[in-house]
Design a protein around this ligand. Structure first.
Ligand SMILES: NC(=O)c1ccc[n+]([C@@H]2O[C@H](COP(=O)([O-])OP(=O)(O)OC[C@H]3O[C@@H](n4cnc5c(N)ncnc54)[C@H](OP(=O)(O)O)[C@@H]3O)[C@@H](O)[C@H]2O)c1
Length: 337
């Protein structure tokens, strides 16, 4: 039961970490990017720009000198996030995603469309299909979908509701006459300090299912945004780019937590992966159906996927943009100053 309660916070507690003005890790970033090219005024269309990742990508695109056209729904165009985008020098364009002509006009002249929208089928498949069609109609050469996950291409259908939707959109994207690049980054490292019920500072336990030596991929949201901004401005990107700011097993997380806090952490193996699968099924059955994008059982599916090792990222592209300094899990787990 306590595991369920811990998981219930997965989405709720995740929200605030996007604030680049209050996030301690982000605040430490050098405000001037050493390799930014202020003359690079390529126009990047950013859908979902008011979101946690979108705001960070907009920031790093601006640091690299790009012109950012942030697409937001009319309801979000007057909110504080839209205002923050304007202050950063982004052009905020309110669009109706159901209006093809409006969407196509908003994509015109861009060298890449980056999507960071978040949602279920209506957003990840339907809205992104409309955005893709608009990008193609406007003659935009490149598209980065809202994937930003473990390697869903290696997962079996039905093992993760949200990642099934990404594979569904992938099938449309791969048919479209546009150069697509997915950024795969494992789990956002910040979740280890927030909603992922793995490293528990209270009882000083690292909780897991399966094998404590299975390598797992973690990347901070800031690093993911920096890398995505660089990829958006790079016309030569391949279909997939895989990055991990840190690769750590459960034992590695234990060592990272101990180094970060100076306190001993013990491992707590709840059970095997078969048992974890059953817990997820029961949780899903007991919970009332909702439109929540990240219900507790989905977070559990994500962890289950990672513990199987199937979506482990192979051949990392971390060195593609050498100016990026990758943040270690240990740094994320360190107490906030
Ligand atoms: N790897 C990981 O551990 C991890 C963890 C969390 C998230 N992610 C992924 O990262 C990506 C970005 O997530 P996020 O946390 O930044 O999301 P978020 O903060 O929830 O923001 C998502 C944006 O989506 C837009 N949106 C929502 N519904 C929409 C709709 N019906 N039509 C058009 N736009 C809509 C909103 O834009 P407006 O309201 O402004 O129009 C919002 O700004 C997603 O792919 C998400 O799954 C990965």
């Amino acid at each position: 039961m306590s595991l369920l309660r811990k998981n219930a916070g997965w989405a709720r507690r995740y929200r605030p970490i996007h604030n680049r003005f209050t996030d301690p890790i982000l605040a430490e970033q050098n405000p001037t990017h050493p390799h930014s090219n202020p003359t690079d005024s390529a126009t990047i269309v950013l859908a979902g720009a008011t979101g946690a990742l979108g705001l960070l990508i907009a920031h790093h695109l601006r640091q690299r000198g790009a012109t950012v056209r942030a697409l937001v729904r009319p309801t979000a165009s007057t909110g504080p996030e839209a205002e923050s985008l304007r202050l950063q020098g982004a052009e905020v364009v309110a669009v109706d995603y159901n209006n093809a002509a409006e969407l196509t006009k908003a994509c015109q002249g861009a060298s890449c469309v980056v999507s960071t929208v978040s949602g279920l089928r209506a957003v990840i498949v339907d809205t992104q299909k409309r955005l893709l069609a608009a990008a193609v109609a406007a003659g935009v050469p490149r598209f980065i979908p809202s994937d930003f996950s473990i390697d869903f291409t290696r997962l079996p259908e039905g093992s993760n509701r949200n990642l099934d939707l990404r594979r569904e959109f992938q099938r449309h994207l791969d048919q479209a006459p546009i150069q697509a690049t997915s950024v795969l980054n494992g789990m956002f490292s910040e979740l280890l300090k927030g909603t992922a019920p793995v490293v528990l500072p209270g009882p000083k336990r690292v909780v897991y299912w399966g094998d404590a030596d299975q390598p797992l991929d973690f990347t901070t949201m800031v690093n993911t945004a920096e890398f995505t901004a660089a990829a958006a401005l790079d016309p030569t990107t391949p279909r997939y780019l895989r990055v991990a700011g840190d690769v750590a097993s459960i034992r590695g997380l234990q060592a990272a937590a101990e180094q970060a806090t100076g306190q001993p952490y013990k491992l707590f193996r709840v059970g095997g992966l078969g048992a974890f699968g059953k817990v997820i099924t029961v949780t899903k059955t007991l919970m009332p159906a909702s439109d929540d994008v990240f219900p507790p059982w989905q977070g559990m599916q994500y962890l289950h996927n990672m513990f199987t090792g199937l979506p482990k990222l192979k051949s990392l592209d971390n060195d593609r943009y050498p100016e990026i300094r990758w943040t270690k899990v240990r740094e994320v787990l360190a107490p906030s100053r």
